[in-house]
Design a protein. Structure first.
Lengths: 501, 112
């Protein structure tokens, strides 16, 4: 049973390699890539059930017992993220199939997407910090290729910056790994946690923790986000939506793991820094979203507000805040993919990117208009959509933990999100229509279908919150009490002896 | 010995930083290559330089040298090789399409 944990990584890799040989057969490429991602969704549902029955699961590659070998660990948190990430990826793939065009499909678009998904799944599941680095690189290399695919002037220019930023970030990751290995002498995440607890609040370990914070903030777009708006607005819509939904979330996942499991000591320093960074990110994101006139810019800055809000939940760090983080991460993947797809479709039907130049879209495309309304409500956190519960739980955690500044900032940011999207809605969807019936570009049903599916997901996540609750509660419990995770990896007795010594 | 290598790492990082901060595309790419070498040396040093024998348990009585940093570096070298190859091609394409390899001219205008 536990062998299944490796499937979310290995199946996309194998099919990606297979698809390289099927370059000319676009139809088969489409079918196989959709099937692969759906298969991973199925696997993650089964694994999620299994984790509820038997607790955190793990697989030791080649039978090397931890802490010596590389291993994959599946807890509810990781598995929920794998599940939602792959559902969103499947829907984005569907949109890509209808819109991206033959030239992309022949240039290995599907293999790259599958490799990126493999990297994302691997990052969620791995229990070894060096393996996390490797999975990050798999994901990033695929994303480098995807962002420059198409080869337009702007794209190449922004791709260059994106790649260079990420090379430097990966270098800092390696440096942090070197220092970590020099300090605690192990790479297994559970074992690191044990060794760090033994050492207590050692300043050296806190320094290493802060270096990791820099790395993952660069990847997640937390405070160090200067690269994000530029690079997320150049690729085609389907790719931008995939990036917005998955890439920053992997960075956030790494932050959550690092600061709940790896470095549980000396939280006064690390969580304070996290809180400050989250607050500044929220403020800066709000300013960008308010100032932007380009729909893509507004959407990119909305990504940042989401990142800031989730990390604020992590900085608060109570059990209900962590539940909120889990909910909100899932919601954010769905909602950000939806926002980027909607923005892409606005640009498709009008050929414009500036909001003032579009008007009255809801008269031409009523369904699309109302779908945009759903995204807006979902991102602003209006019940019964998915954003609501995450916000409530993080808010509840903030009150329990006494972090009133973050609470205020978080809830003010919801208003700003609502305002920035309402601005798009009022000026582009309402008002006099500028597209006459003859000039109206047809919006085929199959293009609206992915957006409708995502809307169904966000409503489902909101209304089905009761049904999701046991999984989310379990995820937050494992995050809040790292010993559950460590017990599952290191087989209980041995490590407790080490701590007591 | 460790101190000496760490000084070397520092020199490499300084050189790489200088290169990355320059405005010519090719220099920046070379800078990232040098940067990755610095990281590899750092990992090797942090694991402890040669302390004992080859870690073949039945061949000698120890103490053994830690083999893990070498495995890590091998992985990191392969990755940085791939990334450098990719970024060189990307840089060449960007140069061809934008007709410039100077980052001042690659900045882009705000209202695009």
């Amino acid at each position: 049973m536990s062998n299944m944990i490796v499937l979310p990584l290995i199946v996309p890799v194998i099919t990606a390699i297979l698809l390289v040989f099927l370059r000319e057969n676009i139809f088969l490429q489409r079918i196989i890539s959709l099937l692969t991602v759906s298969f991973v969704v199925l696997i993650s549902v089964i694994l999620l059930q299994e984790i509820q029955k038997q607790g955190v699961m793990r697989i030791d590659f080649s039978g090397w017992a931890p802490p010596f070998g590389i291993l994959f660990v599946a807890d509810s948190f990781a598995m929920l993220l794998v599940l939602v990430a792959n559902i969103v990826a499947a829907i984005c793939l569907l949109y890509a199939i209808f819109t991206i065009g033959k030239s992309f499909e022949k240039m290995y678009f599907y293999p790259f997407v599958l490799l990126m998904i493999a990297g994302v799944n691997g990052s969620f599941l791995t229990g070894d910090i060096f393996n996390l680095f490797v999975c990050f690189e798999v994901m990033l290399l695929a994303s480098y290729a995807l962002i420059s695919l198409g080869g337009e002037k702007v794209q190449l220019r922004e791709a260059l910056k994106y790649v260079l930023i990420n090379i430097v970030a990966s270098w800092i990751f390696l440096v942090a790994l070197a220092f970590l290995y020099g300090t605690v002498g192990t790479l297994n995440m559970a074992h690191i946690s044990v060794r760090v607890m033994e050492a207590g609040a050692d300043p050296l370990i806190t320094t290493v923790a802060l270096i990791f914070l820099i790395v993952f903030s660069l990847k997640a777009g937390l405070l160090l986000f200067f690269w994000l708006p530029g690079s997320y607005s150049v690729p085609p819509t389907a790719i931008a939506a995939l990036f917005a939904a998955l890439l920053t979330k992997v960075g956030i996942y790494a932050l959550v793991r690092t600061f709940t499991l790896l470095f549980p000591t000396n939280t006064e320093v690390t969580h304070m820094v996290l809180g400050i960074m989250a607050g500044v990110t929220i403020i800066a994101g709000c300013m960008g979203a308010l100032a932007g006139r380009d729909v893509r810019t507004i959407a990119s800055y909305n990504v940042l507000i989401g990142v800031g809000f989730i990390v604020a939940g992590l900085a608060i760090g109570t059990e209900s805040a962590l539940q909120g983080v889990t909910y909100y991460l899932m919601h954010d993947m769905v909602a950000k993919a939806m926002l980027f797809l909607a923005v892409g479709m606005m640009m498709y039907v009008t050929g414009e990117t500036v909001i003032d130049k579009m008007s009255g879209l809801i008269r031409n495309y009523p369904l699309f208009g109302w779908l945009f309304f759903i995204v807006m409500c979902s991102l602003a956190g209006i019940p019964p959509l998915s954003g609501f519960l995450g916000k409530v739980l993080i808010g509840q955690g903030a009150i329990e933990g006494g972090n009133f500044v973050l609470l205020g900032l978080g809830f003010l940011s919801s208003l700003i999100v609502l305002y920035s999207l309402l601005r798009i809605f009022l000026s582009s969807f309402f008002g006099e229509t500028i597209i006459s019936l003859e000039d109206e570009k047809p919006l085929p049903k199959r293009m609206v279908l992915p957006l409708t599916l995502l809307a169904a997901c966000t409503i489902g996540l909101g209304i089905g919150a009761e049904w999701m609750a046991p999984y989310v509660t379990d995820a937050a419990k494992t995050l809040y009490t790292p010993s559950l995770y460590i017990d599952a990896v290191l087989d209980g007795t041995t490590w407790q002896g080490e701590v007591n010594k | 010995m460790e101190t000496l290598i760490l000084v070397l790492v520092g020199v490499l990082v300084a050189v790489a930083t200088y290169l990355i901060l320059s405005k010519q595309l090719l220099r920046v790419i070379l800078g990232t290559a040098v940067l990755s070498h610095a990281a590899h040396l750092l990992i090797l040093t942090m694991g402890g330089l040669k302390k004992g024998d080859v870690p073949l348990l039945e061949e000698s009585e120890g103490p053994y040298t830690d083999a893990l940093p070498q495995a890590l570096i091998l992985t990191a070298i392969v990755i940085s090789f791939a990334v450098t190859a990719f970024v060189l091609v990307l840089g060449y394409r960007a140069y061809k399409t934008n007709r410039s390899a100077n980052f001042d001219e690659l900045r882009g205008t705000p209202d695009e």
